[in-house]
Design a protein around this ligand. Structure first.
Ligand SMILES: Nc1nc2c(c(=O)[nH]1)N[C@H]1C(S)=C(S)[C@@H](COP(=O)(O)O)O[C@H]1N2
Ligand SMILES: [Mo]
Length: 370
C-alpha cells in the first residue's frame, strides 16, 4: 500500500478541475479530459455538500449495524486484505446538465461536465453484509459519510440509502482505490461507496457507517434533495438509474472546420444500470438553412450512425466517432444522440423537473465551416 497521507500532486496530471464553488468545494471536469477513456483523478469533477472531513486510514473505522444479527467495526488494514473487485464506472452527478433547463432550477449550475469515468477498486459491500448477517426484516441499507452540515435548517450527516438488492449487488463496492491509487481526499478517502449505473449521490464518500433499516429511510438527501419532483414521465422519488446520455468532445464549440475536409466528430456515451449503449447518431445541420426547423418527419433521416468503440466494461462509457465532411460553408450545429439496449434514447429538449436532475438532451455543439 502507498503510505498515507498521500503526497501532494497525487493523481497529478496536466489537468485541474474547474472550480464551481470554493467552499464547499465543487468543480467540474475540464472538456479536454472528457475525451479520455479514463478521467484522470486530477481532472475528475468534485461534488461536496459540506467540508472535506480529514481522516487517515489508521484512524478510519466503518461500523456495520442496525438490523443485523452480528454488528461489527472494521478498520482499513483489515478491509484491504479482503477480496476486492475492479471495475470502470461512469460517475455522474444527478444535477449534471442542470444549466440547460428552462427555467433554471435552483442548485449548482453544472454544464454537462459533472461526470467522469474512473477505474475503481474495492471490496463488495455484500462481503461485509454477509458477516453482519442482515435481519430478514431489513429493507434498505443507510450509508453515512463523516461529513455533516445544515440543510433546510436541520443538522445532518451526508446519508443516503440503497434498497437491499442494490446494496448487495456484487458490483456495489467499498472503494479504496481510483485509477490505481488510494482515493484522493476530495473523492472520499479512505473509503467510499461506488454504485455503478446509479447517479453519484448514491456513492457516499468518507464512509463511516452502514446500517440496515426496517423502514424506508427518510433523510434529507433521500426525500428532499436528489428526488424527482414534477418530472414528466418519471415517477417522483429518489434519483436512481443514470439516464442515457452522450457528450461531444470534438470538435470544440465555436471552432472553424474546413469545407471539403474530413472532421472527426467524437465523444462519449453511457447509460445506467450497466445497460450497454446500442447506438450513437450524429446530425449536422447548417444554421443558415433554418437549423432545427427541419426537425420534422424528414429530420430523422439526417441522423447518421457513429462508430462505437468497445467500452472498458459494462459500466464504463463508450467512445464514439463520426467522420464528417461538410460541403458548404456556414454556421453548423452538430448533434449527438445515444440510444441504449433498452431502447431508451436522449430527448431532443432538456427534460425539466423542479430540482434539475437527469438532464440528458441530445448533445449539441456549434461550429463554423469555412
Ligand atoms: N459524504 C459525501 N458523499 C457524497 C457527497 C457528499 O457531499 N458527501 N456528494 C455526493 C454527490 S451528489 C456526488 S455527485 C458524488 C461526487 O463524487 P466525486 O466528488 O468523487 O466526483 O459524491 C456523492 N457522495
Ligand atoms: Mo451529485
Amino acid at each position: 500500500m502507498t503510505a498515507w497521507p498521500i503526497p501532494p500532486g497525487h493523481g497529478a496530471t496536466a489537468w485541474a478541475p474547474e472550480t464551481v464553488t470554493a467552499d464547499p468545494y465543487n468543480a467540474q471536469t475540464p472538456s479536454a479530459a472528457l475525451a479520455e477513456p479514463v478521467t484522470p483523478v486530477g481532472a475528475f469533477f468534485v461534488r461536496d455538500h459540506f467540508g472535506i472531513p480529514q481522516t487517515t486510514p489508521r484512524r478510519w473505522r466503518l461500523r456495520l449495524g442496525g438490523a443485523v444479527a452480528a454488528p461489527f467495526d472494521i478498520g482499513y488494514d483489515e478491509l484491504i486484505t479482503m477480496e476486492h473487485r475492479e471495475l470502470d464506472a461512469v460517475m455522474e452527478c444527478a444535477g449534471n446538465g442542470r444549466s440547460l433547463m428552462t427555467p433554471r432550477p435552483p442548485g449548482l449550475p453544472w454544464s454537462q461536465r459533472a461526470v467522469g469515468c474512473a477505474q475503481f477498486a474495492g471490496v463488495p459491500f455484500r462481503s461485509l453484509a454477509a458477516r453482519a448477517r442482515i435481519e430478514p426484516t431489513a429493507v434498505e441499507i443507510v450509508f453515512t459519510g463523516a461529513d455533516s452540515g445544515t440543510v433546510h435548517g436541520r443538522r445532518t450527516p451526508f446519508e443516503r440509502s440503497l434498497p437491499l438488492a442494490v446494496a448487495l449487488h456484487p458490483d456495489t463496492l467499498l472503494a479504496t482505490h481510483m485509477n490505481g491509487e488510494p482515493l484522493a481526499p476530495e473523492h472520499g478517502a479512505p473509503v467510499r461507496l461506488v454504485v455503478p449505473g446509479r447517479y453519484a449521490v448514491a456513492a457516499v464518500k468518507w464512509l463511516i457507517e452502514a446500517r440496515a433499516v426496517t423502514n424506508p429511510f427518510t433523510g434529507v438527501f433521500q426525500t428532499e434533495e436528489y428526488v424527482y419532483v414534477a418530472s414528466r414521465g418519471t415517477p417522483e422519488g429518489p434519483v436512481t438509474t443514470v439516464r442515457v446520455k452522450s457528450l461531444i468532445t470534438a470538435p470544440e464549440p465555436d471552432t472553424a472546420v474546413r469545407r471539403g475536409h474530413e472532421t472527426v466528430v467524437r465523444g462519449q456515451a453511457w447509460s445506467g444500470d450497466g445497460v450497454p449503449v446500442r447506438r450513437v447518431e450524429v446530425r449536422a445541420t447548417c444554421e443558415d438553412d433554418g437549423g432545427d426547423e427541419d426537425e420534422g418527419a424528414n429530420g430523422e433521416q439526417d441522423w447518421r450512425a457513429a462508430v462505437l468503440e468497445p467500452p472498458a466494461g459494462p459500466y464504463a462509457w463508450t467512445g464514439w466517432s463520426y467522420r464528417w465532411t461538410p460541403q458548404r460553408p456556414g454556421p453548423y450545429r452538430l448533434l449527438a444522440r445515444a440510444t441504449d439496449e433498452h431502447g431508451d434514447t436522449q430527448p431532443s429538449w432538456a427534460p425539466w423537473n423542479a430540482h434539475g436532475y437527469g438532464c440528458n438532451p441530445v448533445a449539441s455543439v456549434e461550429v463554423v465551416v469555412v
